[in-house]
Design a protein around this ligand. Structure first.
Ligand code: SF4
Ligand code: SF4
Length: 381
């Protein structure tokens, strides 16, 4: 886990030409370097060896139900926002074998899954995604029982965050106070500045581990001019938010509107595909399945990501609790923006916009809340 220094963090400059040296230093330190990369027409997170595997010179356009990659006019390394993946796929794997039982003569041999946690260096973690990790930390590690798989991977992870210098069409981190500048939870945080004749990163050192790593990476002191350019880049992102969400009183607003007719309106559009929960960096629900082989010699229990958008998810002894699409959408949205606060002391939404971009019919959490809010003010007194 990154150990952040005081607010008085040191800032240095890394020339873009030295970015590979940062990757190499992490790899030499035993980390698998995971970063944005291009696959199947989207920017996803995967293991990379060199900077050439990042989406250099690419950008993305987001709208409700729409995602398009474009080529930039410059060679920005991080000139896009977030794609369909989030870092939870590495910390909270989509499928995981929990245990296995094998026939052994006349007895059974029980094998519990215990892993040597991988050492990941996450490169390009956006401020909203750092907030999402901090939310999942509460879910998986803060209670009486910690998830050992998540905890091992999280404690090993080296975090290279990237402040946003542009916002996507579905981003609303400013409303959720999670971006576009990272405040804590990183080892190093980069702000990229791309100009005609220069291309550099201002690097904020967030932990002793980050400072130690930089000793192996050529860098220089940041000047006031470097810092001013980095601040201007982040301010530009803040001024470009694609969406806003009015969160004032949102918990009570949603609790007051549990019977709003608007939930039926959403249900008429919702396909129940569960995309919104799969792409969300804070959603954490799982199911378990048991499987056997055909000989009966081996049985396994697997944990898999699940979604509150399926009727099976709320099946309890004889029936589902949430039998309609309206009940399922109401549950999801009310959990994210209201009940999450009761459970974990914060919102369950970080404003990344993925659930809007990747909803095939463009259902928009910000617009649905606004419609409910407006319905109260338009009610006859
Ligand atoms: S609810 Fe939507 S906008 Fe909020 S964190 Fe999840 S995917 Fe991102
Ligand atoms: S809100 Fe959109 S993404 Fe979520 S289940 Fe419904 S159709 Fe799918």
């Amino acid at each position: 886990m990154p150990k952040n220094a005081s607010n008085d963090r040191k800032l240095v400059v890394l020339e873009a030409a030295q970015f590979q040296a940062l990757l190499r230093a992490l790899q030499d330190g035993g980390y698998s370097t995971v970063a944005p990369t291009l696959k199947e027409g989207a920017i996803v997170y995967d293991e990379v060896a060199t900077v050439d595997e990042l989406p250099v010179g690419k950008t993305d356009e987001h709208a409700g139900g729409s995602y398009r990659l474009k080529t930039r006019k410059d060679k920005a390394v991080f000139g896009y926002v977030v794609g369909p993946h989030s870092w939870k796929k590495f910390l909270h794997p989509p499928t995981l074998r929990l245990w296995q039982v094998r026939r052994n003569g006349n007895g059974l041999e029980f094998v519990h899954t215990q892993e040597q946690p991988p050492k990941y260096a996450f490169i390009g973690v956006r401020p909203c995604e750092l907030s999402a990790m901090q939310i999942q930390d509460k879910v998986f590690m803060a209670g009486e029982f910690a998830d050992p798989i998540y905890q091992g991977r999280r404690e090993n992870a080296f975090i290279v965050a990237v402040n946003c210098s542009q916002a996507g069409g579905t981003c609303f981190c400013v409303s959720m106070k999670t971006g576009p500048k990272a405040q804590s939870g990183f080892d190093l945080c980069l702000t990229e500045v791309v100009e005609k004749k220069s291309h550099f990163f201002v690097v904020e050192i967030g932990s002793d581990r980050g400072a130690a790593l930089l000793q192996d990476v050529p860098h220089s002191e940041a000047t006031p001019e470097h810092l001013q350019k980095a601040s201007a880049a982040v301010e530009q992102a803040a001024s470009q938010m694609g969406k806003t969400l009015d969160v004032s009183d949102v918990k009570d607003l949603l609790y007051r509107n549990a019977e709003s007719p608007h939930w039926e309106d959403v249900a008429r559009r919702c396909l129940g595909c569960a995309n919104c929960t799969m792409v969300c960096p804070t959603c954490f629900c799982t199911t378990v399945e048991e499987v056997t082989d055909l000989t009966g010699g081996n049985a396994e229990r697997w944990r898999k990501w699940d979604s509150c958008f399926t009727s099976d998810f709320s099946y309890v002894h004889g029936g589902s609790i949430r039998t309609s699409s309206s009940a399922r959408y109401r549950h999801w949205l009310t959990h994210k923006l209201a009940a999450w606060d009761d459970q974990f002391g914060s919102s369950g939404c970080v404003g990344c916009g993925r659930c809007i971009t990747w909803c095939p019919v463009g259902i928009d959490i910000t617009a649905e809340v606004q419609t409910i809010r407006s319905s109260e003010t338009s009610k006859p007194k």
